[in-house]
Design a protein around this ligand. Structure first.
Ligand code: AMP
Length: 131
């Protein structure tokens, strides 16, 4: 069965898209740790990040770097934090989180509630900031 993220890539499930090319897709996390929390995924479904072939892995990381640069421009923050867990969704994904403090990257803390309008505004601000 296709992962929820494959269904997002295929347009079956909506997402707040931030960036896309033929191989990779970036969209806002629906339960963000901070406004601008973004997930970067390969369109080709692989569960575990480190099972991805070397060349695809390098290209994914470079794509994530471009997205992180866009987040940094669009969202006031000190750093963009990077994490990979994959405990919930079995489709490799990189979390990019705008950080003011270390606590912004605590996966156990209460998530930020945003309206649809706020998600849309943040997604387009990041999208416009990506080179
Ligand atoms: P993990 O697999 O532990 O890295 O966590 C999966 C992440 O995916 C969580 O931060 C969820 O909030 C996020 N997530 C799950 N479903 C969706 C969705 N439909 N759209 C955006 N983010 C999602």
């Amino acid at each position: 069965m296709a992962s929820i993220f494959t269904r997002i890539v295929q347009g079956e499930i909506p997402s707040y898209k931030v960036a896309e090319n033929e191989r990779f897709y970036a969209f806002l996390d629906i339960n963000p740790m901070a406004p601008g929390h973004t997930l970067v995924i390969p369109k080709q479904e692989t569960d575990y990040l480190f099972d991805i072939a070397d060349e695809d892995y390098q290209a994914l990381m470079l794509f994530a770097k471009r997205v992180a640069e866009g987040i940094f421009k669009a969202i006031p923050c000190k750093r963009v934090g990077v994490a990979v867990l994959g405990m919930e969704v079995p489709h490799a994904h990189i979390h990019l989180v705008p950080l003011q403090t270390e606590a912004d990257m605590d996966f156990r803390k209460e998530k930020v509630q945003l309206s649809r309008e706020e998600f849309e505004r943040i997604a387009s601000a990041i999208a416009e900031s990506i080179q």
